[in-house]
Write a protein that binds this ligand. Sequence first.
Ligand code: MG
Length: 376
Amino acid sequence: MRIEKIEVLPVRLPLKAVATLSRGVSRTIEEGKQVILVKMTGDDGTVGWGEAGPSRRWSAETTHSACSTIKHYLAPALLKRDPFDLAGLHAVMNTELAPGLDPGQPVAKAAVDMAAHDLVCKMLGINLQSWLGAKGADRIELSWLVSAPDVDGTVSSVQQGLKEGYRAFKVKVGHEPALDIERVRKVLEIAKDCTVWPDANQGYTLDDALRAARGFDALGIELFEQPIPMSDFYGMKRLIGATGLTIALDEAAMGLPLVIDLIRREAVEGLVIKVNKTGGIHYARQLCDLARNAGLRLIGSGLMDAPLGFAASVHVFAAYGIDYPCDLNGPQHIAEDYTAEPLPREGRFALVPQRPGLGVVMDEAKVKRFALQIPG
Ligand SMILES: [Mg+2]
């Protein structure tokens, strides 16, 4: 089997709502959800699809960087190679773009990785979860993202999430500890018996993070995501010792070398897995295995994924039986997408697609309709 053709197709999907991180709005309504689609065709005519949807206020990749990286460096190097040699494809990508503490432009590499996985699974006639060889669950629970930075916006967001049937709420914090504690208190008050956890996206100083963590702890919160900058290993260890909260790392957990070092330093208790930030399914599963074997809490998340990234994540998280609600908030924010039929859902649960590959049926007329021109 050989990879015959790789096409790079940027699209802009309309948003119905924005998400606000501690650094600001992740994507404006005008920007939309920009995605670089990768269409990989095998020598038997089978087609695999993947996507890169970077979030520039979350990590250092952009739509433009992902597009130019895939088009000029990754795609040309992979032509004529065997798609079943997924480890080999990553080795080639890592030769073209050197990895560091993370796989090196992981969001761009993830698009190619997803397309290759989709291609080989379709060639075999199996879905991705079967390829992963683990059926821990047939569904994952989705959480609702509460990102409005003020109390009123927080309250109305939770009310909307409850109305839509969600029972888990991730609250974006990292602003001012007293205000954030009050927002989380409000969420708990309205969303009774629901799962609630804060995510600071590196937004706090260590002092503020300690103050916020003690406040959250007193409210009965049990998980706190990426409170401080990813480079502050000393601070992470301090936080772990300061409260009963599980400190989960997201931005700090993009690649195996750093996660291994954090485990050795006893500076990590929970790992947030995202298929895109880790460089794709190939590395995401390695991080899941590492976390499980090291006794770390495993949490599933994403970067406001469109259906291809969403489906890839559902397969991986369900394979590992992740039962904590997953922050895959694409459906909450993206108004329209490129699929011919919706992905399987049962209320707040995303079901593992059973069609071969990722299980996403693409509508190429919509890919054309949402096409985004990116020069270069
Ligand atoms: Mg996070």
